[in-house]
Write a protein that binds this ligand. Structure first.
Ligand code: ZN
Ligand code: ZN
Length: 336
């Protein structure tokens, strides 16, 4: 009884390709989402580069470097859009066949039948595809130094989606930039938190953001210094123990031994002693939840706190750390 529908379906079988135009943002960037379940990072790729540079077989997540085929990176909105588009497309294609079948069926019923079955086909509302809404405007844009693919992400990105390349210098610059932008956004973040939580919880979260900023910059610096040191032509002649770059004094000596220039030649005394303090604070935050111990006071000379107190990380401190680290990284890059 569904002859027309069957006919139409077999016609459609050979034509499975339907072009779907997905929305780009105003800069021609294409929303993407990492398919790794514990990452799910949102990012964007310049659409021309997505077509011309990114390969179908392998795309990398800029945040976690998960690799998957090019078809796996749709955002939830895009998946929804594609589903709705496909649904309304087939609904449109099949509607006339359903109507014809219903007419034929009704015609075949004789008026003498005891039971009269009538079939009507009511076309449902054609599903209107919802355009993929643009994700929050992502302001950090990158161009890969190796393959020149342009991409953007909310916060710092580490790997090129097209070739997976990681630039140590870009990574540290991005991490610092992210922390700086977060500091600028603190009043807005605080206001939103106060609206949705209570005042205390909002302050707690803001304190967390400052601590996070400090830890993030120090960790990013360590990674950068390590990668940068490896690029020295004589790097192989130095034995570098694990986590050496977590120790400012030791790594300062290492740089001096390898290049003749240490941190104290690249920074002024005030900057270097502030940097040492921030390194000690990171250690305390990472290992003792920020509770001050005697070792911290001895090593940092920070007398503002006594043993058992908890560190207070200020916005000015994080911002100062961002400035000093930027300067030092630029200088270290020159040494390599
Ligand atoms: Zn990822
Ligand atoms: Zn690349």
């Amino acid at each position: 009884m569904f002859d027309e529908v069957k006919k139409k379906l077999s016609e459609l079988e050979g034509v499975t390709k339907v072009q779907i135009d997905l929305e780009l943002d105003e800069n021609g960037y294409f929303d993407r989402k990492c398919p790794a379940s514990d990452c799910g990072a949102a990012f964007k790729v310049n659409f021309e580069d997505w077509k011309n540079i990114v390969r179908d077989e392998e795309v990398f997540c800029p945040i976690c470097r998960h690799a998957a085929e090019a078809t796996e990176w749709n955002t939830l909105e895009q998946l929804e859009y594609i589903k709705n588009f496909a649904f309304s497309h087939f609904q449109r294609e099949l509607a006339p066949a359903f109507e014809a079948d219903a007419r034929n069926f009704n015609r075949s019923q004789t008026s003498k039948s005891f039971i009269k079955i009538s079939l009507t086909y009511k076309p449902g509302n054609i599903a209107i595809p919802v355009p993929a809404s643009a994700l929050e405007i992502l302001t950090q844009e990158y161009t890969c130094e190796r393959c020149s693919c342009s991409y953007a992400s909310l916060g710092g990105a580490f790997f090129c989606p097209a070739c997976g390349h990681n630039s140590a210098f870009d990574s540290i610059t991005n991490s610092i930039e992210t922390v700086r932008k977060t500091l600028v956004a603190i009043p807005a973040i605080r206001a939103t938190l106060q609206e949705n939580l209570d005042k205390n919880a909002a302050e707690d979260s803001v304190r967390h953001i400052y601590e996070n900023g400090l830890v993030k910059i120090v960790s990013a610096f360590q990674r950068f210094a390590e990668a940068c040191f490896k690029r020295l032509s004589n790097a192989a002649s130095f034995k570098v123990r694990k986590n050496l770059f977590q120790n400012l004094k030791e790594s300062d000596e290492l740089w001096r031994a390898a290049t003749g220039t240490g941190y104290t030649e690249l920074l002024d005394l005030e900057e270097y002693s502030c940097l040492s303090l921030y390194f000690q604070q990171r250690h305390l935050l990472a290992h003792l939840d920020g509770i001050v111990d005697q070792a911290y006071i001895d090593k940092s000379g920070d007398n503002r706190f006594s043993v058992g107190q908890r560190l207070v990380i200020s916005e000015a401190g994080v911002s100062d750390l961002a400035d000093i680290t930027s300067k030092l990284c630029l200088e270290l890059k020159r040494l390599t």
